[in-house]
Design a protein. Sequence first.
Lengths: 515, 515
Amino acid sequence: MSPDARDVLYVVKNISLLIIGHLPDIEFIKMNYKLILRFFGTLLLVETAALLIAALVSLIYKEHDIVYFLISSAISFVVGISCILSGRNAKLQIGKREGSLVVTFTWIVFSLFGLLPYWLSGSIPSFTDAFFETISGFTTTGASILNNIEELSYGMLFWRSLTHWIGGLGIIVLSLALLPVFGMSATQLFAAEAAGPTKDKIHPKINETAKRLFLIYLLLTTAQTVLLRIGGMTWFDALCQSFGTVATGGFSTKQASIAYWDSAYIQYIIIIFMILSGVNFSLYYFGFKNKFSKIKENEELKYYLILLFSATIVIVLSQIDFSSALSFSKVEQAWRDSLFTVSSLMTTTGFGTADYVQWHHFTWIILLIVMITGASAGSTSGAIKMVRIVIVFKYCYYEFKRIIHPNAVLPVRYSGHIVREDVITRVLAFVLLYLITIAFGILVLNISGMGFEESIGGLIACLGGVGPGLGELGPMGNYAAIPDFSKWFLSFIMLVGRLELFTVLLLFTPAFWKK
Amino acid sequence: MSPDARDVLYVVKNISLLIIGHLPDIEFIKMNYKLILRFFGTLLLVETAALLIAALVSLIYKEHDIVYFLISSAISFVVGISCILSGRNAKLQIGKREGSLVVTFTWIVFSLFGLLPYWLSGSIPSFTDAFFETISGFTTTGASILNNIEELSYGMLFWRSLTHWIGGLGIIVLSLALLPVFGMSATQLFAAEAAGPTKDKIHPKINETAKRLFLIYLLLTTAQTVLLRIGGMTWFDALCQSFGTVATGGFSTKQASIAYWDSAYIQYIIIIFMILSGVNFSLYYFGFKNKFSKIKENEELKYYLILLFSATIVIVLSQIDFSSALSFSKVEQAWRDSLFTVSSLMTTTGFGTADYVQWHHFTWIILLIVMITGASAGSTSGAIKMVRIVIVFKYCYYEFKRIIHPNAVLPVRYSGHIVREDVITRVLAFVLLYLITIAFGILVLNISGMGFEESIGGLIACLGGVGPGLGELGPMGNYAAIPDFSKWFLSFIMLVGRLELFTVLLLFTPAFWKK
């Protein structure tokens, strides 16, 4: 691994730990602006490479859009190299407050350079729209402002899907450090050996872990691409849908999303891979290591699957007309549509095969609930995550037990371990802050001129990184018609949700700016 | 005070403490069924007395309905006396689980006997409707199924308002014991002297405190009645509206609610008394004792008023048309309507002067938010209560500060005191459980056949004890048209909300029924 890449990982790791504030025993030193520049410079080189891959796709399909990819990558490269050169003497020093700024701006900088191909080529003429579409890609949300997706060139479609894949990878690496929130450090999850987090040990550990995660991510993408190709998709479509699935993004290459492929095989493959992408990636690692007991005792996985299938069954029952004769094909269709929709929304992917806006109103509420819970921590999915939901419910139940047995010591257990009281409090605070953000955000959207249903659906969908919402923002609609202000606000909300609230919201507290 | 009344207070106090499970140092002993019978018997004698007062009103107005009040009170008396006689040898023994059952059934028993006048007289022919209307009264909710309120006789109207007043009084007495949830015991609030809660000391303390609260309650009711009479209401209307205000209930004697009295004086008087009824009653006690510093440092009062007036100002601004000339009367009307509506919904009263369903959609969200926050603990208002909201926000902000200063000890302070970590966790859990109940309840209502807006508004309004919701359940509509199942479910929800969730929900946990 190059020294620069190592720096990036080191910085990401430490910044994340800073943001979480969970491991105060690690020494933190003040970051200088040179290092920030060098960091962003390195990131821009990564983006340059990504833009060149999109250019290659345009080359293969002999498209004029190759020009815009080359221009964009040139801009990205020049700015990137300048940043690295201005920061070449930087020492590895990280300040406390800068961490939050850097992580937030990583997504903003990526989006500002990533929108260039859309905007320069005129594929998305409005700057606001281009930014919305790009940050929606990088945050793996999948909310789109495009009225006709198939109008775009292959290069643009590929770039659109690639933003998902890059964003998903970024989150997986970041969540390495975010996992300690739940009282389990990344090292604990990825290696059985107890490791004291000394400064020297972080380097090899995080490199090793990052490599493993990347391999799992790559493996899922490859497997899905091949399986979709077998089902009759072109290689291009297969790869792009896989990018959208594994990153739980939801951008498709077709206007009708997955409904375009009227094949049970293809739809079931995508269902399976959506569900797989909502699982904590560390469980795959345990699987490879034959540690199946670790997978079996993982409560997040258990409740994730229970909620997913329960919600599906309720929705299936609401769609079957029991007064007429039941045929296998009808039941299968209802089952597939329901399972697809629930999997898509709960894993915060956002692909569509059926227009759930047309379903019974009460199914909307079930769908909104799974959009708020999300899938597992340590996956690419967004929203609250099941681990937090499970802890909230366990704690509430513990409160009931405490009323009956006031003197008994009844600790909350998660996956066989006792959850510390301060971790519980923090989880409860996170979930509450998430719900407060929803209420506040709906209010802002509604004031900005969006409808009642659109405000509710749009806010929950963007905060959770889902994509489609309710009303005109449903799976067959898009975000094109909402006011510009709402688009900027929702871009902000996508970032807030993707970075687990505190990272971004911290910048808006007086405490952050006070000495 | 009679020995029976003393028993009732003793039982209420200990049961409440049991439910809260907050003072495990008090000895609890197993309750026998004889005491439960004697307890309910005594309560039924109270209800008999209340029914006789309503009979007196019918007598004054020479109404035929007096017959039904006499029959109802006779039934209540006979059952009550039988219960007391069968339980005459009972010892003062309280079991752990029975407490939750007894408090819950107090409201149910009161409602079952309280519905008799409506049902027997045919004023409300449907049993479901009569139960809904009565429990809505006793829980001080104020949700009505009546399509033409003014059709009712004076006796029935009086009884309807009296159920509010009795329910409000019950909650004030119960909240004596509920206050310790927030880390301050009732004795601490009502007397400066630190008192070790020994078994012997409870009797005089609780009697003393109950007397004081009752006096404040009576004083507020009397003052409002006189002031409304001065404004031109009849004594009858003045008394009934005061019952509805002080109990934060919301039943009016007029179909148009307070809009019937098109008098700024009357409406402002009701606004003032709604706001006063949302204040912790112990603060009035401090006021009488000239301890104004205690009132000044009370953060719940501060944030209650800040939120109330901020919400009002935003709504006023949304109603004024700045493009046309502003007149004083227009602005005053907008101000009065907005302040009335916000005060009415935030204190969970539910009186109406304007149809907010016709206002800008975003004001609905503001109104839903204040319906969820509620007013102060220790008042008759329902919902979450501001003290919990304040603690949630303070804790969230503390989390942000902790990220920046991971090693600093930053305790959450409330009204000058440090809030213990376990109290914070419990408050967070309560608020989350409240929000979970909202989500689950909306789903049930929606499945039962109610519309999207009606489900959201109706659930939040009934859980918080507000009354009017959204859509057809708005201030100019009512609950008559919703399905029977929804009426029973909402009756249950009113009870759950009124008894602060845990009391009622506890009965549905396996832990409650396990040995």
